[in-house]
Design a binder for this molecule. Structure first.
Ligand code: MN
Length: 463
């Protein structure tokens, strides 16, 4: 489109001033004060509004197959919901492929799943589910095809052994790749879950007790030490849920460890383990791994958001309550793990963070857009409002008050973890590569318009 956004508070990296932004085609053409309209340009009056670079959600699970069931969102419905919530790019974490499959198997599978479906731009992390003679070399080869980040699991069926994780970290350091980790202690959690089932402790309220903070924090610390042993391999801790884990990250950084990054999610900032005590099987709506933690952990994460936490992503992993989550109604261990949240992230963090003055507007933009663009290798194409960057732009109206409710949200699922939550401020315009997707409550995007974004390698670690 050819458009001139006038009079917005433009917020980006080292940027916070009233100004105008010109869009020409798919890119930002100019950022300045009192830009003169050109012929044929649509003028968007944004006085009193806030203009931010489009949100980037670096942790989603669309089309995820967990064996006995699949998440409810595909690349159309999931990215549609993302767009409504002000997110213009996702980096999806593919599920595990068939046992023994090569590293590129899931990348090919996910390219096919996203093709013709995605409304917004997307990328994929790789997932390492075993090591064979090829895996390490394939990591480097796939990085050349725009996949410079890989996830390893310390729990679940395809967890890697200590020596495998170490080899992956060494390769990541050598080839400048980012290793994302799901850190939980598999052995203790497996034991506790089994014990609870044997003792009939199968209500949702036992879920957090089966995955204690110590089991997550310990695994975080283990990964930090191994990354350090691998000469500061680039390490990304996903979905940090608790304060204890953060102390290990702070300590390592204080000791000078480089290449260490951490993500949290809105659910760990806004919800807590009292959700599991809701009547009946309602608590299953919040059954996720790691679980929701204490009020104190929640507050500790807000403090961490000011400086230490790099990224807020969603871990969007939706299952229908009635037909999927209730599988765990008599035994929480039978419930698929995960919750929706792709659409709620930016409205919640803006309202609870910025409007309630817990984080600054610029910090909000860093956490939701600029930092993920940099760490996941899409900067300055994305994550910043600058001439030459993609015109991925969101206009937030800070005066709008809204109540989040599943009926008005767009993910293909029958509940929101934030049902009834009042927010102030909401994305009013959502523009992706110069195309208006949301215009004051009207969606006009098309499935398949979203592009695969080949990503660059993460920031260098000094020798
Ligand atoms: Mn996840």
């Amino acid at each position: 489109m050819q458009a001139l956004i006038k009079g917005a508070l433009v917020v980006g990296e080292n940027q916070e001033a009233i100004g105008d932004v010109r869009i020409a085609g798919e890119r930002i053409a100019a950022v300045g004060q009192e830009l003169t309209p050109e012929q044929g340009e649509e003028i968007i009056d944004a006085k009193g509004k806030i203009l931010i670079p489009g949100g980037i959600d670096g942790h989603t699970h669309l089309c995820l197959d967990v064996g006995f069931t699949q998440v409810s969102d595909d690349f159309y419905t999931g990215t549609l919901a993302a767009a409504w919530g002000g997110t213009t790019t996702i980096v999806d974490h593919p599920g595990f492929g068939p046992a023994g499959c090569p590293l590129d198997h899931q990348i090919h599978t996910y390219h096919a799943l996203a093709q013709g479906k995605a409304v917004i731009d997307y990328g994929f992390h790789g997932v390492i589910q075993h090591l064979d003679g090829q895996t390490l070399a394939q990591m480097s080869a796939l990085a050349e095809e725009g996949i410079p980040s890989y996830k390893v699991y310390l729990t679940y069926d395809y967890k890697l052994s200590d020596s495998e994780v170490y080899q992956v970290l060494v390769q990541a350091r050598k080839e400048r790749l980012l290793i994302a980790v799901h850190p939980e202690n598999d052995g203790i959690i497996g034991y506790l879950r089994g014990q609870m089932v044997r003792e009939g402790k199968t209500a949702p309220s036992y879920h957090p007790l089966s995955r204690p903070v110590a089991c997550e924090a310990e695994a975080i610390n283990r990964m930090i030490l191994w990354a350090n042993l691998a000469d500061d391999a680039p390490l990304y801790i996903v979905h940090l849920s608790n304060e204890r884990g953060l102390t290990f990250i702070r300590d390592a950084r204080r000791r000078g460890q480089q290449g260490l990054y951490v993500e949290t999610c809105p659910q760990y900032l806004l919800l807590d383990d009292r959700c599991y005590d809701q009547p009946g099987a309602e608590g299953l709506k919040y059954l996720m791994c790691p679980p929701l933690r204490s009020v104190q952990d929640r507050e500790g994460l807000w403090e961490g958001l000011v400086e230490d936490i790099d990224i807020v992503a969603t871990d969007h992993c939706p299952f229908f309550f009635e037909t999927q989550k209730l599988r765990g109604k008599d035994d929480f261990t039978q419930c698929p793990s995960g919750a929706p949240g792709i659409e709620e992230r930016i409205p919640l963090l803006f309202s609870e963070g910025v409007m309630k003055k817990r984080i600054s507007l610029r910090r909000f933009v860093d956490l939701c857009s600029t930092n993920p663009a940099k760490l996941f290798g899409m900067y300055p194409q994305k994550g910043v409002i600058r001439p030459g960057s993609d015109a991925d732009l969101v206009i937030i109206d800070p005066a709008v008050k809204k109540v989040l409710t599943q009926k008005q949200l767009h993910a293909r699922v029958d509940y929101s973890a934030y049902e009834g939550w009042e927010v102030q401020g909401y994305p009013e315009w959502v523009i992706s590569r110069g195309e208006v997707l949301i215009r004051q409550g009207v969606f006009s995007g098309k499935p398949g318009r979203g592009k695969f974004i080949p990503r660059q390698r993460p920031p260098a670690v000094e020798a």
